[in-house]
Ligand binder design. Structure first.
Ligand code: SF4
Ligand code: MSK
Length: 663
């Protein structure tokens, strides 16, 4: 099927230079991409599905419900309110399940590491000790592996816990927030249990009251954010190192014409880390040389890419929407995939080239792909087998096109710990300078731009939103494919400070950081919960997350995980705005989510399709919080400069390329 790409319809405007470059080449002419499929579909999405009122939860349906029309309720009598709430809650459950299953693998990998199995080790001992305290592990007289093993086993138990006490990591939230969750009865008990209960309660004929459904929706999402995602992030940091600022490059131009290109796509860093080690193995390098390649070029796609970008500075070739484009270069010997966000079409695109799609997880196979199971007990052996397969393909490479000039410098690695030390000084980390600069108005507030990109909206919306925010002195924290997208437009470099408002620019220049901070993968949104909690604990900005001048968005969300993330932020007290959400088919339910939820959690959902207006809504919320805190008046603006930071006892961050948290 030949499809013209002249002026894609259906809101799939492409602004990305490397994508346009690749798609314009003869080589890609036979490749059918998602852009083509959007165009070929030639119809708009189902209204009932888009607005949340299509129910297929039993075999009397599917029922398509029209709010307010008596004859258009479900066969069982379910109203638009119930159906929209059930569907929304199931989306949260699915997203939470994805994070949870990922996190479980990380905990199991952590336990293996603690037992001394495999190539990894306990790297971040400071963080290990922090977690030991949270889990109540006595560290006296024990070595790091013994401590890690106890933590790992307690963490694993939190997944299947059956008593009604809250999951362990919940105690990291501000005290006031914990009390609110307790009063509301939404403290997650067991991480898996909340997903199961959510699925049960949304089964036909169970929970049919939207407020009540969303209590469990909140509990399930909190089990993700403060439970599984946070565990995953922390244990991954302990094993592979907490990210520190480092320079790297992103975009399709990171592929190399004279090396074996292997892209790592998906989410779980255990495999990617093993591939990083195997790619340096002498036997593997010798094999690569034997086929005429200068080496192995590993590059990331999606959030696996973000994981190794943050910790190792391995380049990211593509975000979610570019996964087919990466293959369409014809320059990739193997795309190694694990779980989540892997489009089935990659196997079809790969057929036009010499590329193997290698699935590695028993949970995630696909037709026309090669399966090499990643064995957690012998990760290095699995990784070498995968690389040998890629090397064998190198000589089969035919015509290819790499947009070599299209690659962008980025500075990444802004973990909570890094922000702490960057702003507070190398030896006495603190959020005090950040809070002070918010209080004195130099930084207006903090915004999170997280989540995916997709083919429904033009691909420059992250950029438009980020530019509007930083122009208005709002510091942006980015994760997931949104962060990669912002890297592709040069906003993850300190030089991007030229686009920031004067207050934010002054702070960024003083510290040497970009106005948009890359904070990790989509599972790493838990870092933002910890950063928000640290701001509360530092003082001066209220006593709960809902008091902070902060807002979040996942404008181009694609995955159900983004809805789970949005809900755990809302239930934690944040204002969260998306460009669309499947809830508007019910007036009462959407009013509850977008207005009344604020009375319960201090945070709420909102919808705004226009990217500039979306950013302005975030700024308006930040200003509202500033007014409530009494910091909206003009104050004498005292910049926390280098000298003052030195007075704190630290030297600050001198060079983003090498500094990091003190050990
Ligand atoms: Fe229809 Fe009710 Fe069955 Fe849903 S649960 S498909 S609304 S009959
Ligand atoms: S990979 S969940 S498209 S961020 Fe995490 Fe990107 Fe969204 Fe997947």
């Amino acid at each position: 099927m030949a499809i013209s790409r002249n002026g894609c319809e259906g809101c799939t405007e492409i602004t990305c230079t490397s994508t346009k470059d690749v798609l314009s080449k003869d080589l890609a002419k036979t490749v059918i991409t998602a852009y083509d499929r959007v165009k070929a579909r030639g119809m708009s999405a189902c209204l009932f599905g888009s607005t949340g009122t299509c129910c297929r939860n039993c075999n009397m349906g599917p029922c398509q419900i029209i709010d307010g029309v008596d004859e258009m309720i479900g066969i069982c009598g379910a109203t638009a309110d119930t159906v929209a709430a059930r569907n929304f809650a199931r989306t949260i459950a699915s997203g939470s399940a994805a994070h949870t299953d990922h996190a479980r693998e990380m905990v199991k990998g952590f336990i293996e590491t603690a037992k001394g199995h495999g190539p990894h080790e306990i790297k971040d001992e400071n963080k290990l000790m922090e977690l030991a305290e949270i889990f109540g592990v006595d560290t006296e007289g024990k070595d790091k592996n013994e401590i890690a093993l106890e933590i790992g086993e307690l963490a694993l138990a939190d997944f299947g816990k059956q008593d009604d006490t809250p999951v362990t990591m919940l105690k990291r939230a501000p005290k006031k927030r914990q009390e609110l969750w307790k009063r509301l009865g939404v403290e997650p008990r067991g991480i898996d249990r909340e997903v199961v209960e959510m699925m049960h309660r949304t089964h036909m004929g169970v929970d049919q009251e939207y407020h009540n459904i969303m209590l469990q929706g909140a509990r399930c999402a909190l089990g993700d954010g403060w439970g599984s995602s946070m565990l995953s992030t922390d244990l991954t940091d302990i094993m592979f190192g907490t990210p520190v600022p480092r320079r790297a490059i992103v975009d399709l131009g990171v592929l190399k014409h004279d090396q074996v290109n292997v892209t790592v796509h998906g989410h779980e860093p255990l495999l990617a880390e093993a591939l990083c080690l195997a790619a340096q193995d002498e036997e593997i390098l010798a094999l690569a040389k034997k086929v005429g390649a200068k080496g192995i070029n590993l590059a990331g796609v999606c959030c696996t890419g973000n994981e190794i970008l943050m910790r190792r500075g391995i380049p990211v070739a593509a975000g979610f929407v570019q996964q087919e484009m990466a293959l369409a270069t014809g320059a990739i010997e193997a795309m190694v995939v694990d779980v989540q966000c892997v489009m089935q079409s990659v196997a079809e695109v790969a057929k036009s080239f010499h590329t193997d799609i290698i699935t590695t997880n028993y949970r995630a196979k696909m037709p026309d792909a090669v399966h090499i199971q990643f064995e957690e007990e012998t990760p290095l052996e699995s990784a070498k087998e995968i690389l040998k397969k890629a090397i064998a393909n190198y000589k089969k490479r035919g015509d290819f096109f790499i947009p070599e000039e299209t690659k962008f410098d980025v500075v990444v690695g802004f973990s909570h710990e890094t922000i702490n030390y960057m702003l507070g000084g190398r030896f006495r980390g603190s959020y005090r300078p950040l809070n002070d600069n918010i209080i004195n108005g130099r930084i207006r507030g903090v915004a999170a731009i997280v989540g995916c990109d997709n083919y429904k909206m033009p691909d420059n919306h992250h950029e438009i939103i980020a530019r509007e925010l930083i122009k208005n002195d709002v510091l942006v924290l980015a994760t997931g494919c949104a962060a990669t997208g912002l890297g592709r437009v040069g906003l993850l470099r300190p030089e991007a400070v030229q686009y920031a408002g004067p207050g934010l620019a002054e702070v960024c220049e003083t510290v040497g950081m970009p106005p948009v901070l890359h904070c990790g993968s989509c599972v790493d949104n838990s870092r933002l919960l910890i950063a928000a909690t640290a701001m509360v604990k530092e003082g001066g900005l209220g006593d709960d997350i809902s008091d902070l001048p902060l807002a979040g968005t996942a404008p181009l969300w694609m995955s159900e995980k983004a809805v789970a993330i949005g809900q755990y932020f809302v239930s934690s007290g944040a204002y969260v705005v998306f460009q669309n959400l499947p809830m508007t088919g019910s007036k009462k339910f959407s009013k509850f989510m977008m207005e009344e939820m604020e009375d319960i959690y201090g945070g709420r959902w909102d919808i705004e399709e226009d990217p500039v207006k979306l950013a302005q809504k975030m700024i308006a919320h930040i200003d509202k919080k500033r007014a409530e805190l009494g910091i909206d008046k003009k104050r004498e603006r005292v910049l926390f400069d280098m000298e003052m930071r030195r007075d704190l006892g630290g030297g600050g961050l001198h060079d983003v390329g090498c500094a990091g948290p003190a050990k």
